[in-house]
Write a new protein. Structure first.
Length: 117
């Protein structure tokens, strides 16, 4: 059974740093495209960053480029999102997503991140 569990959310001031973690069970993160999404109240869930299963290439939403970094630790089956200088408008629930080669998606339950000004 595949499970993704996010952690690391909390309260942070704008301009500080925060690292979110996603631990996977039932899958090997290096064999999946693993991404972070976020959803603020009243808004659609939006893409933040992805690390691809082939080569570990990364891609980011324009709004976070240069500030957020996605990485993975294959030995621990963990994926991280380092958030530097988060903004108050980035207060959201952050979700971990894993997609396999057939396009099947798995989601975690999310971790809440609150950025104060």
């Amino acid at each position: 059974q595949v499970q993704l569990a996010e952690s690391g959310g909390g309260f942070v001031q704008a301009g500080a740093s925060l690292r979110l973690s996603c631990v996977a069970s039932g899958l090997t993160v290096s064999s999946y495209h693993v991404a972070w999404y976020r959803q603020s109240p009243g808004k659609d869930r939006e893409f933040v960053a992805v690390i691809n299963r082939i080569g570990g290439n990364t891609n980011y939403a324009d709004s976070v480029k240069g500030r957020f970094t996605i990485s993975r630790d294959g030995a621990k089956d963990m994926v991280y999102l380092q958030m530097n200088s988060p903004k108050p408008e980035e207060t959201a629930t952050y979700y971990c997503n894993a997609k396999d080669s057939d396009g099947i998606n798995y989601w975690g339950k999310g971790t809440q991140d609150n950025v104060s000004s």
